[in-house]
Ligand binder design. Structure first.
Ligand SMILES: [Zn+2]
Length: 256
């Protein structure tokens, strides 16, 4: 059966998208708006890139306010300094964010600050928003590092962005019902391992768009995106994909 991308696109929610400076590339918010207009994606969970761009709440709030609210869902990029400035994190409520992101690869000191991670999680619990952890890249941001938090806070939803390494991700998903993995930069082999373990319903569709362009400068981003969607549906099923790309996003991220 021929898959019609255009028919599916408005129902798709991408839980992992960035704007900002990544290495040599500056992904302007205006350009992100344009790309998603062309792609016709329904909902886009968006956050700054954190690796070479120092977090700056005021700048991010301004940028988020310029994004069309019907499509873009703001996430709060949390740094340890933001917790120091206001441990209640109420200062950041004006963003009306739907996910809190902790990136222990971009900010390696998180690894030594489990109490501050707990502070963030407790705010997330009160606000009923998920906590997204970047996973992979080094010991301090590998999926297993976050297992204890998933177990300690069963009422909080956790999203293991990228689900890396996959063996550890499977351990966390099996041991904590409140843990999910997003599919950004996840290989089809890893997605298949999650499905084979009977955990397909614990995947969220995410892409990390547009930073694949930095890794693979020769790609056409819009073609890449459409092909990614079609490939996932072909390799798995439209039913599975719609759970990842629609049901789980509404259930976990847009619930508040
Ligand atoms: Zn990312």
């Amino acid at each position: 059966m021929e898959i019609s991308y255009d028919k599916i696109a408005p129902k798709i929610c991408d839980c992992h998208v960035h704007y900002g400076q990544f290495r040599e590339d500056n992904y302007e918010p205006k350009q992100i708006i344009k790309w998603f207009d062309e792609l016709g994606i329904g909902k886009v969970g968006i956050m700054p890139v954190g690796t070479t761009w120092a977090s700056d709440f005021n700048r991010d709030q301004k940028i988020m306010a310029s994004l069309p609210t019907a499509r873009f869902v703001p996430y709060l990029w949390v740094s340890p300094e933001m917790v120091d400035t206001d441990p209640t994190l109420k200062l950041y409520d004006t963003l009306n964010y739907k996910v809190m992101k902790i990136h222990a690869y971009a900010i390696k000191e998180w690894d030594k600050l489990p109490d501050k991670i707990s502070t963030v999680i407790e705010v997330a619990r009160n606000k009923k928003v998920p906590v997204m952890f970047h996973t992979g890249g080094w010991r301090g941001s590998n999926a297993i590092q976050f297992y204890k938090f998933c177990r300690e806070y069963p009422e909080v939803t956790f999203i293991l962005a990228h689900g890396k390494p996959i063996s550890q991700t499977l351990t966390v998903l099996k041991g904590a019902k409140n843990a999910y993995a997003d599919s950004s930069f996840m290989s089809n082999e890893s997605i298949k391992l999650i499905c084979d373990a009977g955990l397909s319903h614990r995947i969220l569709f995410g892409t990390d768009f547009p930073i694949m362009k930095t890794f693979w400068p020769e790609i056409n981003l819009l073609d890449w995106y459409r092909n990614n969607v079609i490939e996932l549906i072909e390799k798995f099923s439209e039913r599975d994909f719609m759970v990842w790309a629609n049901e789980n996003f509404y259930k976990l991220i847009l619930r508040s």
